[in-house]
Design a protein around this ligand. Sequence first.
Ligand code: ATP
Ligand code: MG
Length: 369
Amino acid sequence: MENNKLVVIGAGEFQLPLVLKAKELGYEVHCFAWEAGAVAKDEADFFYPISITDKEAILEKCKEINPVGVLTAGSDLAMPTVAYVCEALKLCCNSYEVACRCTNKYEMRRIMRDAGVCSPFFMLADANTDLCDDAIPYPVIVKPSDSSGSRGIHLANNREELASAIKQSCGFSPTSTAIIEEYIQGNEYSCECISYEGNHTFLAFTKKFTTGAPNYIENGHIQPDDIPEEFKDSIKSTIFKAITALGVTYGATHTEFKVDSEGNVGIIEIGARMGGGCIGSDLVYLSTGKDFLKMIIDVACSKAPDLSVTGTVHKQAKIDFIFTEKDIEKLEKLKSSNPESIVRISKFNMENLGKTTDCSNRVGYYITI
Ligand SMILES: Nc1ncnc2c1ncn2[C@@H]1O[C@H](COP(=O)(O)OP(=O)(O)OP(=O)(O)O)[C@@H](O)[C@H]1O
Ligand SMILES: [Mg+2]
């Protein structure tokens, strides 16, 4: 390899598999993140304690490093920084504008509506919004327009609940704005894809489980999905149209959507990155044998992704998140009844037991096949 320097933005638990894969492929890995929670720090060759949102400082350092690629695995916060640095260094990535719009739920909705792809009712709201609007189709979901990790998500059934939901959601938004959306019906899934030069390749659907109302925190994911076969082509085509409308040309996408019993698809959001919660880093490889981590590294280094099957295709791949004592008991039972099925158990943050409010303060997780 001529230039083997690869920059990874973020060093948390969900970036660790990316750093390890890059090392395995022979890259010299330079990692940027805050020290706190930087579990990938010791695996990287170089670590810089700079906030992943400090795009100017990271760009300056990257000019010295002169990497062949810059990327992140599943971090919404890191995406604009990755695109900013890549744009300045003329590396392979979506534009900064595209990266920013893919982290803003309102912008995403606006662009999809203008492109005629999947447009449920939505509106921007803040502390001054007129809640007497008769057009609001209750029940609605209220969420911060520009946050992630299931923070500040609320279901509102009437005007009173809406007022309180907006107030709380705005508290999680850097711009103090929330988006009010029609409640999309159906089972929830995500679609994992890789794009290169504007062409999108489908890799897997993932069935998602959440805690449901009122806060919808993700508590598990499984591949393969249980979507009826006859719906799949039209779902893929809707998702590809939406990804194209957003202007995504390079790298992973993680599209969250719901499908009702008639096959109608409602997109919840699209991240121009791998699915977090080990969907991109582990589940895709375990259930398809296709090395998604290598694909995103390939693309970041301006190479077409290798779509071949290189690993064992397991019947299923699943992640369970731990919230409560009961979840730990379930894992303990599995350890004695079927230990071979367990691929990985994360570190547990016991101080979060029974106190989870969003994706950032779950206790831990385990992956099974
Ligand atoms: N319009 C909607 N209709 C129905 N359910 C929704 C809608 N919007 C969000 N949800 C539910 O809330 C969850 C979180 O919403 P969303 O993905 O937009 O927020 P997030 O902060 O990005 O969360 P995460 O990081 O967990 O994906 C979704 O996975 C879904 O279960
Ligand atoms: Mg989401």
